[in-house]
Design a protein around this ligand. Structure first.
Ligand SMILES: [Zn+2]
Length: 147
């Protein structure tokens, strides 16, 4: 799902729906909320959040994280990012993608990968990202080549 559907790069947000287990969170689907967007900002409101929660309930999923983009390479959480996060609770993930997402999200260490811990979003180091975040392919074809 493109982060910026309008074709003009700008800030935007997606939520990650999935499953929360005691020892891990598994993201399954991206949810694009109703959102006011523009260069350097995005805004969601309570109605948008309610719609997201209804969509999650339909599929019996939970909100495991969120993704938003920034201009340039800056991927730290701003004060506004902290305040506007849909969830501020232990274990909630927040990924910040540089360059308005126009260059993709990989390798993941180019993004700001934050986890809400100890009452605030903390940015993970590159080794922490490598040990705590795994991207599972949507299809694993193990049939091998040939015949
Ligand atoms: Zn931000």
């Amino acid at each position: 799902m493109p982060l910026c559907a309008s074709g003009v790069p700008h800030e935007n947000v997606l939520y990650i729906a999935g499953i929360i287990l005691p020892d891990r969170r598994i993201g399954i689907a991206a949810v694009a909320p109703q959102c006011l967007t523009g260069p350097g900002f995005y805004r969601t409101d309570a109605d948008a959040h309610v719609s997201v929660l209804k969509a999650l309930r339909t599929y019996r999923l939970q909100l495991v994280g969120q993704v938003h983009c920034h201009p340039w390479r800056y991927v730290s959480h701003s004060e506004l990012d902290d305040e506007e996060a849909i969830v501020r609770a232990a274990g909630h993930w927040s990924l910040v993608v540089p360059h308005y997402g126009t260059r993709g999200m990989l390798p993941l260490h180019r993004c700001g990968v934050h986890c809400y811990t100890g009452g605030q979003f903390r940015r993970l180091t590159r080794p922490a990202i490598a040990s705590r975040v795994m991207i599972v392919p949507t299809l694993m074809d193990l049939r091998g080549g040939g015949e």
